[in-house]
Design a protein. Sequence first.
Length: 389
Amino acid sequence: MKNMKIGIVCYPTFGGSGVLATELGIALSDKGYEVHFITYEQPVRLNQAFHPNIYFHEVKVPTYPLFDFPPYETALASAMVNVIVNQELDILHLHYAIPHASAAYFARQILRKSGRDIPFITTLHGTDITLVGKDPTYEPVVTFSINESDAITAVSDNLREETLRSFKIEKEIHVIPNFVDIKRFHQTDKDHFKQMLAPDGERILVHVSNFRAVKRVKDVIRIFEKIHKEIPSKLLMIGDGPDRQSAEDLARALGIYADIRFLGKQEQISEILSISDLFILPSETESFGLSALEAMACSVPLISSNAGGLPEINIEGKTGFMGNVGDIDVMAEKAIYILGDDARLKEFKKAAIAQARHFEKQHIIPMYEKLYCKVIAAYKKGTCAFTEQ
Ligand code: GMT
């Protein structure tokens, strides 16, 4: 379907689901589709360039003294109705089930009253299933609205299995992994930055996340302390969130603060990754690990936990190593092994970029296009004649 109009609903923040949804919208618009983002702020990665086929519809949530909790879901459902009708969308793609899938269900009930209707697809990203969605506070609505979706996707085999274990899902779950745009994420020559951050040729380690408990940022600091004892090194901590303060406190208490830079939220991630030697991601759960994939695309090997979908991207002994959640000794020991020898580090870097190429956007975007085509065709009781461009 050539002139497809696609609505994308996501969180606009630095979190992986919002970043992935934005990258998908950009990639689809580059292919000539019209993309409409419906969210409460402009998605972070959208402000890096102008895209003529992308429209942004801001969901406004008016406050009122009665509202301790302004009803975002209601405002979102109304925004969906307006955009679907006025922009004549063909399909709605929801990223992160809560509350997007239930708002879409609500919007559809409203549209059906006036004889209009479009299909919606829900992409499960991780914590909407592994942490938040399972909570009894949300579970009935999550199960219902996922099942009401015309198609469901999950970002890894592990997340698919976890969803089937935790919820009573009545439909097929298609696995469509995260992807990376290697034209934007690749190693570039940023030696002048490296000189500034590691003037004596120290190894540079990096962690990127939203500093939530699930990321175990204090493990990053503890792993670094062990590496730092053996190998001259610096650590770059990118991002911000609830655990940043305690991670900074721990770094001070361990006497390694001077060799760590907490840089906060950054937009030019690929420039930082370009000067990095090793990415550390010791997460408690991680459905895929988009930040790790972007690091690998910049030729950075990975030390990670073996949680969730991480074994689907981190090839043990090739692109990096994995340890059990919390096993900082193993993760530090393996990091020292990789960083301790120039030739070995080079091999790991080569394997990292080779692995990232399997997840390049041109392999993954057609999976979404094909699914849109099939879902729309089924809705209109027609056939899908999707051909890859
Ligand atoms: O963990 C984050 O950074 C945020 C979270 C989100 O939903 O915004 O990311 C999830 O979605 C990403 C994109 O699909 C995945 O790559 C991350 O692994 C996943 N995070 C977790 O499962 C903890």
